[in-house]
Design a protein around this ligand. Sequence first.
Ligand code: GLP
Length: 242
Amino acid sequence: APRIEVVGNAAAVAERAAALVIARLHDRRPVTLGLATGATMAPLYARLVAATRTGVISFRTVSSFNLDEYVGVAPQSPGSFHAYMQQHLFGHVDMEAGRAEIPDGTADDVAAEAARYEEQIAAAGGIDLLLLGIGANGHIGFNEPDSDFASRTREVRLDEATRIANAINFPDPASVPERAITMGIATILEARSILLIARGSEKAAAVAAAIEGPITAACPASALRLHGNVDILCDEPAAAAL
Ligand code: GLP
């Protein structure tokens, strides 16, 4: 079963998550991270940037694979996850060029890009530590409810609620792309360890369904209970329905 830890507030989630990641990076052995985007991750990345600036950790031995990207959004476009990662992490740490992978949402052949991404993860020896958020509907990456647990990196259609929740870097919800490319649930479950973080009352129902509800495609995050090495870290509002 996942290890569950509840801390007081969102800042404490970021602090505790940063401590777990810093512990993994501290010895400067090569490590492959899986990375997520979203508001929950931003304060965690800010702490990793600060720890890099002060020399506590280095990203020189880090490779990474992001979970997902919008289809049809250019990397330089402010709404892209490429731009998010540049702004919150990659622009501020000493990562080697070419070591940070994000699916290419502008590929002409998205299926080929998805297959290529899977091959790259495999060639890197898999993901050591995968960071995850959770959608209010229980999604992980962009694996929306009813995603197959055997799914791999592929093109998906986003739920309306997800597009509304992710509208912050777009002019309006209607401008949020309808499609994305995401690691699949099987891809996610192959990571050697997983750290899911959640904050805020809007995540409480999804967190409770993931941990205490049936293990079902209706709640993609419930698939994490099939994995032996998962930490789930929540603040009190996100844990309120447990
Ligand atoms: C997006 C991302 C997910 C992320 C989720 C939660 O849908 N694809 O990887 O976990 O948002 O984001 P937030 O932290 O902004 O609530």
